[in-house]
Design a protein around this ligand. Sequence first.
Ligand SMILES: *[C@@H]1O[C@H](CO)[C@@H](O)[C@H](O)[C@H]1NC(C)=O
Ligand SMILES: *[C@@H]1O[C@H](CO)[C@@H](O)[C@H](O)[C@H]1NC(C)=O
Ligand SMILES: *[C@@H]1O[C@H](CO)[C@@H](O)[C@H](O)[C@H]1NC(C)=O
Length: 91
Amino acid sequence: MRMAKSSSYSSNIFLAAVLLFFGNVFLGAQASDVLYYDFVLREINVTRNCTTNTILVVNDSLPGPTIQARKGDLVYVKVHNQGLYGVTLHW
Ligand SMILES: *[C@@H]1O[C@H](CO)[C@@H](O)[C@H](O)[C@H]1NC(C)=O
Ligand SMILES: *[C@@H]1O[C@H](CO)[C@@H](O)[C@H](O)[C@H]1NC(C)=O
Ligand SMILES: *[C@@H]1O[C@H](CO)[C@@H](O)[C@H](O)[C@H]1NC(C)=O
């Protein structure tokens, strides 16, 4: 009787350890994704109200594309600057 109780207790601990282990592996895999983005920067002329201005766009949009990442992910952004000047990007 005592033996069976002890065995059931330790198998519960074993089950909890297995769940924790696989839970961590699963969450760990989710939290450490490596993401790659390509940004193409170029100047375009935009005419509004009969006035033409040159603006710098990322993949033809302003603001640029959204980067979707989770905490802990590693994100590589390759910037192809086809604009007229050097640029600094901020996030
Ligand atoms: C931006 O444009 C380039 C070239 O068309 C494309 O390869 C890349 O996937 C685009 N990036 C995003 C974030 O949409
Ligand atoms: C924008 O307009 C300027 C001045 O007219 C011109 O020199 C330039 O080539 C134009 N740029 C584009 C991307 O059309
Ligand atoms: C265009 O010009 C009108 C009249 O000056 C002004 O009320 C409006 O806000 C302007 N629109 C833009 C997008 O600049």
